[in-house]
Design a protein around this ligand. Structure first.
Ligand SMILES: Nc1nc2c(ncn2[C@@H]2O[C@H](COP(=O)(O)OP(=O)(O)OP(=O)(O)O)[C@@H](O)[C@H]2O)c(=O)[nH]1
Length: 412
């Protein structure tokens, strides 16, 4: 790999100390396992706590459920808190529902709720309306290295209960810890689980429930890819983003483009060409390289402190020795566009830069500028009621955006 021709961000942040428990994270920093949890709730807590745990703030939520030790907390920590997979060996069993609001570090504003494996949330003291109500997804984690019959029974009960409360909830099944399975038995395991679950649901007369299955492990990128797909399902603007990426790619000679949530490295959208794992991993690695270089060589403020490692000037071009060019640009404080381009199509980078500016403007039009501060932070507003009201308007805007974006773009 040739060296990165990076236009480094103008400012950086220093790494926090490992014992900085309350650290909430800023880009390029916070590569530590410790983090603060918002709130915990157990069966003995008063009813008031349920309202704190599930406030009517309309944020979508992702419910992490599954048997004990299936890997729920590990997934949450590895994906959203930069914990290294080996550190998860020391995680203690969770005995209360733990909620983690990741709005401060993510473009997508949602909450993750980690349910302890042993908790019986079907007890009358648990308010299933509040647990399963609202917008979001239920991620059920199955330990594929263990006998999974009990897990499948629990999954069946959970899905039926949740569906009755909220048929709009998305049901996602992570067949987890597949790093411990031989390569050739992974697909068989997935097929077996899929068949058993579907048969059981059909037998209970619940054919209408759709479940998606993913093979995951925290020891590779599969968990990030699976989480990306879960998060994409709760982004109402996804089809628009995909269309904008398609237009940008075809005008700029780009092979593949991902819109990354920089902090978690999940991709919130990509163009409509198929995603292969290698391209995704390559783009993830590029983000790491850019943030690491920024952290090491980035500017400091007057007091010698590093400033944010990812800011409006963040951009990088990396030429690989296999005729591939990687191209990264900042879209918003939390969002980066990372593209894979064939070297032959990278003869006029100025035009790609120009097209990128048109693309960024279109993205800004798609999303509300909900939290505009001096560096132009974009935040996704995901209020379902407001969303519905604006849906028709957005459809019209989509068309307008496409029409207005296309003439501006310059063909490479
Ligand atoms: N091999 C392997 N081990 C994993 C993976 N994910 C998690 N583990 C291990 O599984 C064990 C249990 O993980 P936890 O995250 O504590 O499980 P949990 O589901 O949150 O458990 P409870 O809090 O008891 O509900 C830990 O030792 C992790 O290191 C994985 O992808 N592969």
């Amino acid at each position: 790999m040739a060296g990165p021709e990076s236009a480094l961000p103008s400012s950086m942040t220093s790494y926090p100390q490992d014992d900085d428990e309350a650290y909430q994270g800023d880009y390029g920093a916070g590569y530590v396992g410790s983090f603060s949890k918002d709130f915990v709730y157990g069966p003995d807590d008063p009813e008031a706590d349920v309202n704190m745990l599930f406030p009517n703030d309309q944020k979508p939520k992702i419910l992490l459920m599954g048997l004990r030790r299936s890997g729920k907390s590990s997934i949450q920590n590895v994906v959203f808190h930069k914990m290294s997979p080996n550190e998860t060996l020391f995680l203690e069993s969770t005995n209360k529902i733990v909620t983690d609001d990741i709005s401060n570090t993510s473009f997508v504003q949602f909450k993750i709720l980690d349910f302890p494996g042993q908790i019986d949330f079907f007890e009358p003291s648990f308010d299933s309306e509040k647990i399963f109500g609202g917008q979001g997804a239920l991620v059920f984690v199955i330990d594929a290295q263990d006998d999974y019959m009990d897990a499948l029974n629990r999954l069946h009960e959970t899905v039926i209960r949740a569906y009755k409360v909220n048929p709009k909830l998305k049901f996602e099944v992570f067949i987890h810890k597949v790093d411990g399975l031989p390569d050739d038995s992974r697909i068989d395991t997935q097929r077996d689980i899929n068949k058993r679950v579907t048969d059981e649901l059909n037998d209970s007369g619940m054919e209408g429930i759709h479940l998606s299955f993913y093979l995951t492990s925290i020891y590779d990128h599969s968990i990030f890819e699976a989480f990306s797909k879960v998060v994409q399902k709760i982004i109402p603007q996804l089809p628009t983003l995909e269309k904008l990426l398609n237009i940008f790619n075809s005008s700029s000679g780009i092979d593949k483009a991902f819109l990354f949530d920089v902090w978690s490295k999940i991709y919130i959208a990509t163009d409509s060409s198929p995603v292969d794992m290698q391209s995704y991993e390559l783009c993830c690695d590029m983000i790491d390289v850019v943030l690491d270089i920024s952290n090491i060589y980035g500017l400091r403020d007057g007091e010698g402190e590093h400033l944010a490692a990812f800011d409006k000037d963040s951009a990088s071009i990396i030429k690989l020795n296999n005729s591939t060019v990687l191209y990264l640009r900042q879209v918003s404080r939390f969002l980066a566009l990372v593209c894979i381009i064939n070297e032959d199509n990278f003869q006029r980078p100025g035009l790609i830069n120009y097209n990128f500016l048109c693309f960024r403007e279109a993205i800004i039009e798609v999303f509300e500028i909900a939290n505009q501060k001096n560096d132009g932070i974009l935040a996704l507003v995901s209020n379902p009621e407001e969303e519905q009201e604006r849906e028709t308007q957005r459809d019209q805007n989509n068309l307008k955006l496409q029409l207005s974006m296309s003439p501006d773009l310059v063909k490479c």
